[in-house]
Design a protein around this ligand. Structure first.
Ligand SMILES: [Zn+2]
Length: 168
């Protein structure tokens, strides 16, 4: 776990930057969303902003997802650059979020940044609700149908019906 003590860091410096390689076992990416097989490379730069911090993230990596149409597993590039506003609010305090606050992340404890949590959050946000292996994926039924045709399968009336339905 990579926890940065920002208070300590900024007692000595005006800004912080570093590069990390976060392995799948440290990132604990939710398995029902996808499969993170390779380490994710993260470049992070932090500057102070009054009591808060601004965090610039550059994430490079990919995750294996299942296409929501044809169910094929494909690799999705999750590389991205993000600027986050890092803030601390005591848990009991009621916080109303305005739309512009969506780029705000909260520290669970003042001045402590858990890098894995932040990176995991960004990767999850970048994964589509219905992942597609390609924008024009034709889906499972159509593929099965093509496969039957390629094989030169004996004529099956069910496929003819399906084909007609798909052709509409
Ligand atoms: Zn697909």
């Amino acid at each position: 776990m990579t926890v940065l003590n920002l208070k300590e860091i900024f007692e000595r410096a005006d800004s912080f930057e570093s590069r990390y390689l976060i392995g799948p076992e440290s990132l604990s990416f939710p398995a029902d969303l996808g499969d993170l097989k390779e380490p994710v490379e993260v470049y992070v730069r932090i500057v102070k902003d009054n009591k808060d911090y601004r965090v610039f993230l550059n994430i490079v990596g990919s995750v294996e997802l299942e296409c929501s149409r044809c169910l094929e597993v494909f690799s999705k590039d999750i590389s991205q650059e993000k600027e986050k506003h890092l803030s601390y609010y005591p848990r009991e305090e009621h916080v109303a979020l305005a739309p512009e606050d969506l780029e705000v992340s909260f520290m669970e404890e003042p001045d402590l940044l858990n890098l894995e949590d932040l990176v995991r959050e960004e990767i999850i946000l970048s994964i589509p609700m219905k992942p597609l292996c390609s924008p024009d994926c034709t889906g499972l039924h159509h593929q099965a149908l093509l496969f039957e045709e390629e094989k030169g399968a004996p004529h099956d009336p069910r496929f003819a019906i399906l084909r007609n339905l798909l052709a509409r």
